[in-house]
Design a protein around this ligand. Structure first.
Ligand SMILES: *Cc1c(COP(=O)(O)O)cnc(C)c1O
Length: 486
C-alpha cells in the first residue's frame, strides 16, 4: 500500500489501502510476535544485569557505526525490528539496574512497576485529561494520595506526574512565581513584564535543575545565600538576604544534596522564609523519601511546612524512567499556572485534570508505575527500601574507611558517599577510572569541596550486604593496584 501512495495514484491508494489492511497492517499476531520478542530480550537483560560488567562495552559512536544507514525505503516486520534493535544496542547498554551501579542517582526498577509500565504502553491512554481515560486517571489519583501520606505532605495537595524532578521543579517554580506575583497585586497572565521583580534565593549547593527551572520560569538563576560544608543552606545568610530586599520572593531549599546527601534545616529556613512572605519550594528528588522512614524522618523535620516539593519516583522508589512528581500545597494555584484550556478539552466542573499539574498536555500514564510499586511494597516495604538504601551507604562508607589511603569526605546521613584518595586528586581520578573499567561497580567521578571524588549514590533496591561486600572488595583491589596508601 505504500507503493500506491508513492505513485500518487488516488484510486489505487484507496483500493490497496483497503485490501492491504489485513495483510500489511498490524494484526493481533503481529503485536504478539513483536512483544514476545521484546519480552524474551527484556527477561534475558534483567537476568544478566546482576552478573555482567556494569559498564557498556561500546561507546555511542561504536553503536552508531553499527546502526547508521540511510533511511530504509522499505519497512520491516515488527519482530525483525525488535531483533535488529537488540542486536545493535547490546554492546552499548549500561547495567544501570545492577545493585552495584552507583552512578549519578539512578535507581533500578521493581517487577510490579516495570510490568505496569508495559501495560501503560500497551493501553496507550493519553492521561492528560481525566474524563476520557478514567482508569489510568483514577490509578494515578490513588498513587498521588498514597505518596502524600507516605511523604508526610498535606492531604489535598496537587500532585502532577512529570517526566522527572527537573520538570517537577519547573512546574513548582512556575506555580510559585505566579503565586507571589498575585500576592503582590500583579497579574501572572501578563508574565514577568508587568509585575515587580521576583527574587529567587537558594543555598550555594542548589541543584542545577533548580537553576534551569528558574531560568525557564523567567526568574533567572537563583541568588545564592551560602551553605555549610555539607551543602546545607546558610539560614542566617538566607535571613540576611531576605531582609536586604523586598517584594515577591521564591526560596528553594533542598532535601538530599547530590554529593553529601545532606538536608537543609527546614524548620529554621521555612520559618525565616515564610516570615518574609516568601514561597518555599523543596527540591527533594531523592531525599524527600527520608520522610517515609520513621528512623530518617528527623532529616526532614519542618519540611512539610513548605509550599511545594519536587521528587522523583524513578530514583528512590525504583520505578522505570521516566517519572517525577510535582507537589503543590495549593492545588488551585497549581492548576491556575499549569492548566490548559480549550473548547475541545473535556473539562469537568469541580475537578482538575492531570494536565493541570504538569507542563505537558498529552502524556503517558506514568503515575501507574508509582501505584504498582507502592502496591507491591506496602508502607513497610517503602520504609524497608529507604532504610535499606541508607544502611547500604553507611556500610559502604564503613568499608571504605578501613581501606588504607582512602577517606570518605561527607557525613553519610542518607544515600550518598564521596570517596577520595588521601594522596590527592590524581589518585582519586585514577581510582574512578580503574573501577569503571574493571566493571564490578560503576560510580561517577565529580568535584566536591574543591577535591576530586568518586561518588557512590545508593539508589537500587537490590543493593544488599553482598553487593556492599563486593563493592568494598573491588575498591580495595583498585586502591592496591594503583598503589594508593602503599
Ligand atoms: C536527580 C536530581 C534532580 C533532577 O531530577 P531528574 O529526574 O534527573 O530530572 C534534581 N535535584 C536533585 C537533588 C537530583 O538528585
Amino acid at each position: 500500500m505504500h507503493d500506491g501512495i508513492a505513485r500518487g495514484d488516488a484510486q489505487s491508494t484507496e483500493h490497496r489501502g483497503r485490501a492491504g489492511a489485513v495483510e500489511d497492517g498490524p494484526t493481533a499476531d503481529g503485536y504478539r510476535r513483536a512483544l514476545d520478542a521484546a519480552h524474551r530480550h527484556s527477561s534475558a537483560w534483567l537476568e544478566s544485569v546482576g552478573q555482567r560488567p556494569i559498564r557498556p562495552d561500546a561507546d555511542a559512536d561504536a553503536v552508531l557505526a553499527r546502526l547508521r544507514r540511510d533511511l530504509p525505503d522499505r519497512g520491516q516486520d515488527a519482530e525483525a525490528v525488535v531483533e535488529e534493535l537488540v542486536e545493535a544496542s547490546a554492546p552499548g547498554l549500561m547495567a544501570m539496574g545492577s545493585p552495584r551501579f552507583y552512578g549519578f542517582v539512578i535507581g533500578g526498577t521493581y517487577p510490579a512497576a516495570l510490568a505496569a509500565d508495559w501495560l501503560v504502553s500497551a493501553w496507550d491512554q493519553n492521561t492528560g485529561s481525566r474524563q476520557p481515560t478514567p482508569a489510568t486517571a483514577a490509578v494515578e489519583e490513588v498513587a498521588a494520595a498514597w505518596l502524600l501520606e507516605l511523604l508526610g505532605l498535606p492531604a489535598g495537595s496537587g500532585v502532577g506526574f512529570a517526566t522527572g524532578a527537573t520538570s517537577a521543579n519547573l512546574s513548582c517554580l512556575v506555580t510559585a512565581r505566579d503565586a507571589v506575583l498575585r500576592a503582590h497585586g500583579a497579574d501572572p497572565l501578563e508574565g514577568l513584564q508587568a509585575g515587580p521583580r521576583v527574587r529567587f534565593l537558594a543555598g550555594d549547593a542548589v541543584h542545577t535543575s533548580v537553576v534551569l527551572g528558574g531560568r525557564i520560569a523567567g526568574l533567572g538563576a537563583p541568588a545564592t545565600v551560602g551553605a555549610d560544608d555539607e551543602g546545607r543552606i546558610d539560614v542566617d545568610g538566607l535571613s540576611r538576604a531576605l531582609e536586604a530586599g523586598e517584594g515577591p520572593t521564591v526560596v528553594a531549599l533542598q532535601a538530599g544534596d547530590v554529593h553529601s546527601g545532606a538536608f537543609d534545616d527546614f524548620a529554621a529556613a521555612v520559618e525565616v522564609a515564610h516570615r518574609a512572605g516568601a514561597w518555599v519550594h523543596v527540591d527533594g528528588a531523592f531525599g524527600l523519601w527520608a520522610a517515609a522512614s520513621p528512623r530518617l524522618q528527623h532529616l526532614v523535620r519542618g519540611m512539610a511546612d513548605a509550599d511545594s516539593w519536587a521528587t522523583d519516583a524513578h530514583k528512590t522508589l525504583n520505578v522505570p524512567y521516566d517519572c517525577g512528581v510535582a507537589i503543590v500545597r495549593d492545588e488551585a494555584a497549581m492548576a491556575s499556572s499549569l492548566g490548559a484550556h480549550a473548547a475541545y478539552l473535556p473539562a469537568v466542573a469541580g475537578v482538575t485534570d492531570p494536565y493541570d499539574r504538569v507542563p505537558e498536555l498529552s502524556r503517558r500514564a506514568r503515575g501507574v508505575t508509582v501505584w504498582a510499586a507502592l502496591r507491591s511494597l506496602g508502607r513497610s516495604g517503602v520504609i524497608g527500601l529507604v532504610d535499606g538504601l541508607a544502611d547500604a551507604a553507611t556500610a559502604l562508607a564503613d568499608g571504605f574507611r578501613r581501606i588504607a589511603g582512602l577517606e570518605v569526605l561527607n557525613d553519610v546521613v542518607f544515600t550518598q558517599v564521596c570517596l577520595a584518595a588521601r594522596d590527592g586528586d590524581a589518585a582519586t581520578a585514577a581510582l574512578g577510572e580503574w573501577l569503571r573499567a574493571e566493571g564490578t561497580v560503576w560510580a561517577s567521578s565529580s568535584t566536591w569541596r574543591g577535591r576530586t571524588v568518586v561518588r557512590f549514590a545508593v539508589s537500587n533496591h537490590g543493593t544488599d550486604a553482598e553487593a556492599v561486600r563486593r563493592t568494598v572488595d573491588v575498591v580495595a583491589r583498585g586502591a592496591a593496584a594503583l598503589g594508593i596508601g602503599g
